[in-house]
Design a protein around this ligand. Structure first.
Ligand SMILES: [Zn+2]
Length: 337
């Protein structure tokens, strides 16, 4: 298979005119050439933080605080989840997964509520789709064993030492929310030596030092932080210290569109368009240990093709800026997963 157009090549996402050669699902070459195509070829997105279980509760709870919305066990989200049937939950997740897939997302790193059963539900919801979520179980060690790792709510919600150790023994991924509403839970989260932190809106200098020294990646979710009113993550400071990836967080609060997340990140944060597109692709792949997220030989060929001649994108002077700050679902021409 050959995919032609302006290719955003390698980690640097350098725009080159040419073609991507794919054999047996892997990129074997990225060739510069004159091609007759206005398409833009880039890595499919890695949405590095989601909760799609609350797809049953889109736009519920206007005006509620962060705790009232999502804090376990009795936040609005958890009450609505308890009321929903198994079939309703599966169907709602399935539709969110399908939307992510059609909007160019190869995977999402899902913090899955509901223990072992929650992990089973998302597996059922994903059946037959091409998107391949990284599922992090919550609440029990058994959920982690059935999943790709453990996704902890936050250090103030409980003692995660046992789950952390069990996850390490299995060689799986351990992520934890930290620093969402204040800085108090960042040190205890870092004490667990997590594979990544989520949010980090309120780090103090000592936390930034620890994040850098420990090489701990951070997943930021700026739109979620706006909706819950906790502030804006310091994307510049974080990106200067560590790997920063991008996630859309709860479907209840935001559409799981990486185009929308990228636009907000680029316009809210002091980070370049190139950095934001890295956050949405290769950095997320690095965090989750995935073999895609980058258009270079040897990688799995999970690609997004945009119509660079759409009414929205035609005439753009800077391809990377246009993809990050302007492109949307309507510009998607093909998603190759
Ligand atoms: Zn979250």
């Amino acid at each position: 298979m050959i995919v032609e157009g302006t290719v955003l090549r390698g980690r640097a996402l350098e725009p080159v005119e040419g073609r991507v050669v794919v054999e047996d699902g892997r990129i074997t070459a990225v060739e510069e050439a004159d091609v007759d195509s206005d398409d833009i070829v880039l890595p499919a997105f890695v949405n590095a933080h989601t909760h799609i279980g609350d797809s049953i509760a889109k736009e519920a709870g206007a005006g509620l605080s962060l705790d009232e919305l999502v804090a376990p066990p009795d936040g609005l989200k958890h009450r609505l989840l308890r009321e929903a049937s198994r079939e309703e939950k599966i169907e709602a997740m399935r539709r969110s997964l399908r939307f992510m897939e059609s909007s160019g997302t190869a995977t999402c790193v899902e913090f899955r509520e509901g223990g072992v059963e929650g992990v089973e539900l998302i597996r059922e919801a994903t059946a037959g789709l091409d998107i391949d979520p990284v599922v992090l179980g919550r609440e029990t060690v058994d959920a982690m064993r059935d999943a790709d790792g453990f996704g902890a709510s936050g250090a103030r919600d409980g003692d995660f030492d046992r789950a952390r150790n069990a996850t390490r023994e299995e060689g799986k991924l351990f992520g934890i929310h930290a620093g969402e509403r204040d800085s108090h839970d960042i040190d205890p989260a870092l004490d667990l030596a997590p594979d990544f932190l989520v949010h980090v809106v309120h780090p103090e200098p000592v936390h930034l030092d620890r994040i850098e020294d420990g090489g701990v990646p951070v997943v930021v979710c700026p739109r979620s932080n706006l909706v819950t009113g906790v502030g804006v993550p310091p994307m510049r400071e974080l990106a200067d210290r560590t790997t920063v990836a991008l996630g859309t967080d709860n479907v209840m609060l935001n559409s799981p569109s990486m185009f929308r997340e990228m636009e907000f990140a680029a316009k809210l944060g002091d980070v370049s368009a190139r950095e934001v597109l890295q956050m949405a692709t290769v950095n997320g792949a690095d965090v989750a240990g995935l073999d895609y997220g980058c258009v270079e030989p040897g990688r799995e060929a999970k690609l997004l093709v945009l119509d660079g001649d759409s009414d929205n994108l035609a005439g753009a002077r800077d391809v990377v800026r246009a993809v990050v700050r302007r492109a949307g679902v309507d510009d998607v021409k093909d998603v190759l997963l």
